[in-house]
Write a protein that binds this ligand. Structure first.
Ligand code: PLP
Length: 382
């Protein structure tokens, strides 16, 4: 079998597993206990915090460990809005974009209960939000803008630095869901204008159930916690720290900082090879969303005439998905694709594909052969 669903999740890197193991047994202490065992755990946690901060180019005190990007998105969006309202802010608007992950869209929608006006900006055919549109929306006082760095279905990148600058021009905070971009790009991702950012360990070869929320300190961004308890993580995220997971996340960050850019180049090469081969055999095969502004190793493909699910049935040894892993039924056309102006018919004939760390050079040809063969047969049998 060949795994091509790296946007859904990634396997834990064996080096990450190795780093975590002692913290399940010998080093099992509670990082907040005062004895030596607790201190050893605490050293593991603080070392990991440094590794996450190094990857992002921020300071360790700006890193809060959460259970993943879903929780980080919830704290970032609800927590800042609740804090600002409590402080007497008069702005009532929160802006996001239509192709966000549900863990942003649903949280933003929940703010209606607090009397927040929600603006969901459209994206163009390429999957990209229009900056002028954002500027116009910001003319009404806004608390927060939340835009993802890379989309989980199309891999399309948003012009985050520009959007964050715009938000600041209008005195709004800027949150970025970075779950899909960490470790996937050739160039380093700039945090310069970002106030809050969400990261998920299992998207870049770390363990599941751990992530971080970045909260800028200078100038300081304040956030109300969503739940209360023992005041861990400076009160922002109470609960005993999952030390093994945190240590694993730190290791995953260290690896990605060192090897990410090279890896991205290799995966980009695979993607180019795939696209060239597919389109030379079947010129009608298209890419959904921008190719220039997308993650190097991932793509969303339209195979006209054949439902993606029927294609998958022919090639069960390729682990592919339509991109709706979080929306139970894959028969419903993807809202991310339809938001780009893609018809429902085209959307169900499209799927995402991602190469990743464990993809071997020889597998690329196998993927090409399997896809072209299955598609050719299905088209012939129509
Ligand atoms: N945001 C994006 C863009 C994602 O792709 C995902 C993954 O499903 C999430 C958030 C949720 O991340 P987690 O699984 O860590 O809660």
């Amino acid at each position: 079998a060949i795994y091509l669903d790296y946007q859904a999740t990634t396997p834990c890197d064996p080096r990450v597993v190795e780093e975590m193991l002692p913290y399940f047994s010998n080093l099992f202490g509670n990082a907040h206990s005062e004895h030596a065992l607790g201190q050893q755990a605490s050293i593991g946690v603080e070392n990991a915090r440094q590794q996450v901060a190094d990857l992002l180019g921020v300071t360790p005190s700006e890193i809060v460990f959460t259970s993943g990007a879903t929780e980080a998105n919830n704290i970032a969006i609800q927590g800042t809005v609740r804090y600002l309202l409590k402080q007497g802010a008069t702005a009532r608007r929160v802006i996001t974009i239509v192709s966000e992950h549900k863990s942003v869209l649903e949280v933003v929608n929940s703010l209606a209960e607090l009397g927040i006006e929600i603006v969901t900006l459209p994206v163009n055919r390429e999957g990209i939000v229009d900056q002028e549109n954002l500027r116009k929306s910001l003319e009404i006082p806004t608390l927060l803008v939340s835009v993802m760095a890379a989309n989980n279905e199309t891999s399309v990148l948003q012009p985050i630095t520009r959007l964050a600058q715009l938000a600041h021009e209008y005195r709004a905070l800027f949150h970025c869901d970075m779950a899909q971009i960490i470790g996937k790009t050739v160039d380093r991702f700039s945090m310069e204008y970002i106030d809050l950012a969400s990261i998920s360990g299992h998207k870049f070869y770390g363990p599941k159930g751990i992530g971080t929320l970045y909260v800028r300190r200078k100038p300081r961004v304040r956030v109300s916690p969503l739940f209360y308890g023992g005041y861990q993580e400076r009160g922002l995220r109470s609960g005993t720290l999952p030390v093994p997971l945190i240590v694993g996340l730190g290791k995953a960050c260290e690896i990605v900082k060192r090897e990410g850019p090279q890896e991205a180049l290799r995966l980009q090469h695979y993607k180019n090879q795939l696209l060239q081969a597919l389109q030379s055999e079947f010129p009608r095969i298209q890419v959904n969303g921008s190719i220039e502004n997308s993650l190097p190793g991932s793509i969303n493909l339209y195979f006209p005439g054949i439902r993606a699910l029927d294609l998958f049935k022919r090639i069960p040894h390729l682990y592919l998905s339509t991109g709706s892993a979080c929306t139970i039924s894959s028969l419903v056309p993807s809202y991310v694709l339809t938001a780009m102006g893609i018809s429902a018919e085209q959307a169900v004939q499209s799927f995402r594909l991602s190469f990743g760390r464990m993809t071997k050079n020889t597998q690329v040809k196998q993927v090409i052969d399997a896809l072209t063969c299955a598609y050719g047969e299905l088209m012939a049998g129509r």
